[in-house]
Design a protein around this ligand. Sequence first.
Ligand code: AMP
Ligand code: GLY
Length: 422
Amino acid sequence: MQVLLVGGGGREHALAWKLAQSKRLSKLYCAPGNAGTVDVAENVSIKAEDVPGIVKFARERKIDLAVVGPEDPLCMGLVDELTAAKIRAFGPCKAAARLEGDKAFAKEMMRHRSLPTAEARIFTKYRDAKAYVATRDAGVVVKAAGLAKGKGVIVCDDPPAALIALERVMVAKEFGDAGDTVIVEEKLTGPEVSVLAFVDGHNIYVMENAQDHKPIGEGDTGPNTGGMGAYSPTTLLDDKTLRQIEAEILVPIIDCLRTEGIAYKGVLYAGLMLTTGGPKVLEFNCRFGDPETQPLMMRLKTDLVDVFEAVIDEKLDGITLDWDQRASVCVVMASGGYPGDYQSGKPMTGLADANAMPDVVVFHAGSRMMGGQVVTAGGRVLGVTALGETFEAARNRCYEAVAKIHFEGAYYRRDIGAKALR
Ligand code: AMP
Ligand code: GLY
């Protein structure tokens, strides 16, 4: 089977690594991929957002299965276009991907079914948003409604900070059009967990859980990033809470979309906060999490091609996901300055040494080849991931691998999973 994986980040390297292990695979292409995916796939230099380019390539090469990793092409309707061209594609259609691409739409869907989520108001006019914030006396969160690479959410401790955030999003347009509509919502507190599930339009199959680390700084300080590290499983979620999340959040949102005539097929990612009032939705994503996918793929034993096909064929009820019972930890190494400005093109050393460690995989995120050398090419550069018999063993092994890798300005959080140790 010839598979085309669309995307070029850490999530895609992890998916490519896992897909490459499938007995059913004859050829794996990655568009555009990165300097890590070349080890397991043939990179094709077509951008993930180049919808016509991807469709043309898939037709010409007679691709049997296309897998779309990132949210941008999903929200642009890549799966719809591939399907129209008679290419089997994994990922939600454009209408379903709106659950991530339009946070105002997602809020409305959640309201329809009274899903537990932060109280929110939606604004398209700066003046109205400003007036509303002025009436608040506690912390609020300002969110650009559109896609902003995981950075369009500003958590504010008080209304004055929220006013500054509003100005950044609605006046300075720091996130472009994504900030045309803004959500101002109550600030929730509690531990955060990511729950990812395969959905085939009807059936929902929840994966093992994982925890992300969004803020750039240790102790969860500083601005949000795409995610600085993750581990799986987390002890934060017990079975009862997980069942509650499935029954009160995942089932109703899929159901709500179905009554709107939208079949959700692909991965549904719920970003949740475990508040004293129960789990509440922070956001929905229409794809695998990055970096959650890295530890999850290290733990998944089931053939990923079988799973993707079961979703497309609406036969998820016939699938069982087997997981390695060991723990997995992923630490993201980023370019100095990220999530703000950073420099690229920095040569990396120690990758082979780290990769040679048992149960360690160095997933690339922002990397490329330059003159025969692997250089940095993005904010998040690598996702160093390790398995271990215990969480502590996985974590130690992961940091041992990280210590072998060097590039100018490399930054990583030293406290990934620290909460799990407590
Ligand atoms: P989102 O992209 O909506 O998940 O937001 C990114 C991050 O901002 C989340 O992972 C949380 O850490 C934080 N966040 C989002 N919404 C809230 C909220 N209502 N209260 C507190 N923190 C939030
Ligand atoms: N790790 C957060 C995300 O994928 O959006």
